[in-house]
Design a binder for this molecule. Structure first.
Ligand SMILES: Cc1cc2nc3c(=O)[nH]c(=O)nc-3n(C[C@H](O)[C@H](O)[C@H](O)COP(=O)(O)O)c2cc1C
Length: 172
C-alpha cells in the first residue's frame, strides 16, 4: 500500500492518511460571516473523498480584519452553530478539520492597517498602535477559543499572502 494511505500524527492529532486539503476560502458566507449551505456541502464532498485532513478557508478574527466580502467569521457565538455542524459532519467521515484564522491587515476592507504605515500602487495602510496590536492578539486568542468550542481539531494562523501576520506584500 502506498504510504499516502497510511496514518500520520501532528502532535496529538492522528490523521488517517496523508491527503490534506489546503485552506481555500469560498466567498460564500453571508454578510454576518455565517457559513452557508453550499460551503457545508463542499466540505461534505471533500470528507466523502476520504481526505485525512481539511484546513478550512480563513475566517476573520474581528470585523475590522475582514479581508473580503462573504468571508466566514469566527469572532462571535453567532458563528458557532454552523461551524459545529461543519466539524461534526467532517468528523462523521473520520476526517480531521483545522480552521484558519486571520486578520486582513493592509488588505482589510474596513480599516487598512498594518505593522507600519504602507503606501504602494494606490494602496495605503495606516500603522497600528501598540494597544491595537495587543487587542488583535487577544482577538486571535478568542477566535482560537471559539474554534475549539466549535469542535475544530486545530487552528492555523494565516501568515501569508500579505495579511497582517505576513510580511510579504508582493501578492495582493
Ligand atoms: C480561491 C482560493 C482561495 C484561497 N483561500 C486561501 C485561504 O483562505 N487561506 C490560505 O492560506 N490560502 C488560500 N488559498 C491558497 C491555497 O491554499 C494554495 O496555497 C494556493 O492555491 C497554492 O497552491 P498550489 O501551489 O498547490 O497551487 C486560496 C487559493 C484559492 C485559489
Amino acid at each position: 500500500m502506498s504510504k499516502l494511505f497510511t496514518p500520520f500524527r501532528i502532535g496529538n492529532l492522528l490523521i488517517k492518511n496523508r491527503f490534506v486539503r489546503s485552506a481555500t476560502t469560498s466567498y460564500w458566507s453571508d454578510d454576518q460571516g455565517i457559513l452557508s449551505d453550499p460551503i457545508i456541502e463542499l466540505y461534505k464532498e471533500l470528507a466523502e473523498g476520504d481526505l485525512g485532513l481539511i484546513i478550512k478557508g480563513h475566517s476573520y478574527i474581528n470585523e475590522k480584519g475582514k479581508a473580503h466580502s462573504k468571508q466566514s467569521g469566527l469572532n462571535s457565538k453567532k458563528h458557532l452553530p454552523r461551524m459545529k455542524e461543519l466539524t461534526d459532519l467532517v468528523h462523521s467521515y473520520g476526517s480531521k478539520i483545522i480552521t484558519q484564522i486571520n486578520h486582513g491587515g493592509y488588505t482589510a476592507r474596513a480599516d487598512r492597517a498594518t505593522a507600519s504605515s504602507y503606501s504602494r500602487d494606490n494602496l495605503e495602510a495606516r500603522e497600528l498602535s501598540l494597544d491595537e496590536i495587543s487587542s488583535i492578539v487577544e482577538d486571535f486568542a478568542k477566535a482560537a477559543e471559539y474554534a475549539i468550542e466549535a469542535g475544530f481539531d486545530g487552528i492555523q494562523i494565516h501568515a501569508a499572502h500579505g495579511y497582517l501576520v505576513s510580511h510579504n506584500f508582493s501578492l495582493i
